[in-house]
Design a protein around this ligand. Structure first.
Ligand code: PRP
Length: 209
């Protein structure tokens, strides 16, 4: 049985459709109920829906053999997993944003609000910039508006959230997309199944190019 952690939401729906095409179908998953675990014994697959930011934890600890997680989570938490494939979906970027017209004064410590403190820390360390890190759990965009921070480091997809809050991107930190990841022991013991799936997914992505 191959255990797959899917990120709940639109990204997960798209990922499931790709897995289905690759021969890992599980029709019961389309029944619209509140169940979180679905199994198809015939093709030997079990899916579970988890919070997108939790996928890497399930995979790292072996509760799932494989899963799909955002590169943002992989960079932030550095889970001990194999990254097998860029799924070319869930595409966005990690960016520094600030109120329109903001000018950075390098003589002052920069106040940075973010959910992604490791990514932000590494980014500013690589620039040798002194910062005061403010960890928030959500609604990051409010921080510079209320003067809690000078800038934010956050995910930008369409840019709508920034625009509606009078903020703008000042630097891109890193591009982000969803990645297929595998538990290290599972990779060893289920190599054949995981490789076949990865290759099929890669072919699908190539055909879409
Ligand atoms: C992310 C991010 C921004 C928004 C950006 O939040 O934190 O708020 O998406 O998207 P946009 O550029 O298309 O407007 P998300 O919706 O993932 O919720 P979260 O804050 O709970 O992570």
């Amino acid at each position: 049985m191959l255990n797959v952690a899917l990120p709940k939401g639109r990204l997960g729906d798209r990922v499931y459709a790709m897995f289905e095409k690759a021969g890992f179908e599980c029709p019961s998953i389309k029944e619209n109920n509140r169940k979180l675990i679905f199994e198809n014994e015939v093709c030997g697959v079990r899916y579970f829906w988890v919070k997108p930011s939790d996928v890497a934890i399930y995979v790292e600890r072996g509760a799932a053999d494989i899963g799909v997680a955002g590169k943002d989570i992989l960079l932030e938490y550095a889970p001990d997993v194999y990254e097998l494939l860029d799924m070319k979906t869930g595409i966005c970027r990690m960016a520094v944003a600030a109120p329109k017209g903001f000018r950075d004064d390098p003589r002052r410590t920069l106040k940075v609000a973010t959910k992604f403190t490791n990514i932000a820390q590494n980014y500013y360390a690589s620039q040798g910039r002194d910062i005061d890190m403010i960890h928030l759990n959500g609604s990051i965009e409010i921080a510079p508006i209320l003067g809690l921070s000078d800038v934010i480091v956050d995910i930008v997809e369409t840019g709508t959230t920034l625009k509606e809050n009078n903020l703008e991107v000042i630097e891109t930190v890193v591009p982000i997309s969803a990645r297929l990841i595998a538990n290290k022991a599972s990779w060893k013991f289920k190599t054949e199944q995981i490789t076949a799936l990865t290759e099929h997914l890669a072919m699908q992505l190539k055909a879409e190019e």
